[in-house]
Write a protein that binds this ligand. Sequence first.
Ligand SMILES: N=c1c2ncn([C@@H]3O[C@H](COP(=O)(O)OP(=O)(O)OP(=O)(O)O)[C@@H](O)[C@H]3O)c2ncn1[C@@H]1O[C@H](COP(=O)(O)O)[C@@H](O)[C@H]1O
Length: 106
Amino acid sequence: MQNMEELYQMIADRKQNPKKGSYTDYLFTKGLDKILKKVGEESTEVIVAAKNPGDDELVYETADLLYHVLVLLVERGVSFDQIKAELAKREGKMSDYKDRPEIKNL
Ligand SMILES: N=c1c2ncn([C@@H]3O[C@H](COP(=O)(O)OP(=O)(O)OP(=O)(O)O)[C@@H](O)[C@H]3O)c2ncn1[C@@H]1O[C@H](COP(=O)(O)O)[C@@H](O)[C@H]1O
């Protein structure tokens, strides 16, 4: 069982120590534009899956999207701790969302 942080570390390790034949290595070799294209494709697939009945396709496509987002973060040098810190900052602060100016102006 792999949690998100472990998967991030595995992907980061692939970048540091490329493994021939690895799909992750293939993405890093292709570069940022290819990774962004995959994130875009996988996002669309999640949307389509969510509109279809049943959970299996949605679960599968969400796992694909999360993996590709983690590859993107590693490629851009954003650490998993940065994401955790951002989420932690929001903890307990988002319940008054209706008072936030950017929401009011929608
Ligand atoms: N979690 C994933 C994971 N999720 C999805 N994928 C790959 O993402 C690809 C998505 O499928 P697509 O059909 O959209 O893409 P494709 O046609 O294969 O590729 P493109 O030609 O579109 O680039 C598949 O090849 C999947 O194998 C993943 N590949 C690797 N991992 C994990 O990443 C870690 C490193 O794995 P390696 O890449 O094998 O080193 C391991 O822990 C793996 O479990």
